[in-house]
Design a protein around this ligand. Sequence first.
Ligand code: FES
Ligand SMILES: [Fe+2]
Length: 389
Amino acid sequence: MDRETELRLLDECVANARGRPPAGDDAERLVPVAEYTDAARFGRERDVLFRASLNLVAHQSELASAGAFLTRELVGTPVLLTRGEDARARAFLNVCRHRGATVELRERGQCSRLVCPYHAWTYRLDGTLASARHRHGFPSLDVERTRLVELPCAEAAGFLWVCPTPRAGDDEADPLGDASTRALLDELTAFGITSCVVFAVERRVWRANWKLIVDGGLESYHFRVAHRETVGGYFKDTGSTFERLGDHFRLVLPRVDIEALASAPRERWSIREASHVLYSVFPNASVLVQERHFDVITVTPLTPDQTLIEVSTLVPDPGAQGFSERARGFWAANHEFTKKTLHEDWTLAEQIQRGLDAGANAHFRFATFEGALSQWHDRVDARLAAATP
Ligand code: FES
Ligand SMILES: [Fe+2]
């Protein structure tokens, strides 16, 4: 984030804390609860929003050196990521070209060749077929041209992004190349996220629609109540400020003592000290910028009422000497606290999901001061509408 933007956002937070009505107030919005339960709607969201987009799938430090590989299940698609001898990251369907077995079953590792566990067809890290056992039995097989099916893959702002649908035709346009996405990636890069490493990850399925999970991250109205045991006392529950960056959002959640900034010299103002900055990254991720580290949350919709959520704590790279005992304890405590806070949100989301079918509400209600919620839903609706033939 550039300094001008940082100061402008902090000015807005201070003004809000002093009671200024938020500029450009949104209208109150009613959202039909059917949008969280309807199977047809869910299928369209998964296909249009997730399967046709680059999703944030991993941090570069998880695929750091030549020969590294990772596997993921991305909205129902088995994905294999490799770092080739040429240092390039590539993504493939993790499906053998012989008879479709999963080529790599391990979650991560290091290798020079990928060997299918069924009949041992062997692939290079660039996806090309290196050998097929008893090759003479496949006279029509063109070994030179047989390769794992490649998926669109990009590296930007320290992350690996993959679209789970093979590129149709030869469309080489960079889906991370639009101006809003570039601005967001530049902000994340400037915060130093590229030089971090993943300290810990939690992966867990929650019984709630994926939009309930996103909704909980786009408003601070619930902070003082739902997070009273954790972060509720640290942040203001109104006074946050947000901006839409294309289909992405940046929210700034000021700490309770934000007004004290006004009496401090402006050159000492730091958005990381005075607030949490949360990026909602379309379609599947949220990046929380904390004072010294980051938390990355990715959602994978599984069914209308089930979502796989990954919470990764990213911390500054300790280098070759690794983490000291003290640092390890400190970051582990941070990771636990973040999970505890987020679990408060997702436990509520599960309770909401259970109540949806009871029919108490035809609509949910988003307040005038919850513009990020309303505008995010507008973007989802617009994307779905644009994809309707
Ligand atoms: S399915 Fe992979 S080698 Fe046969
Ligand atoms: Fe929350």
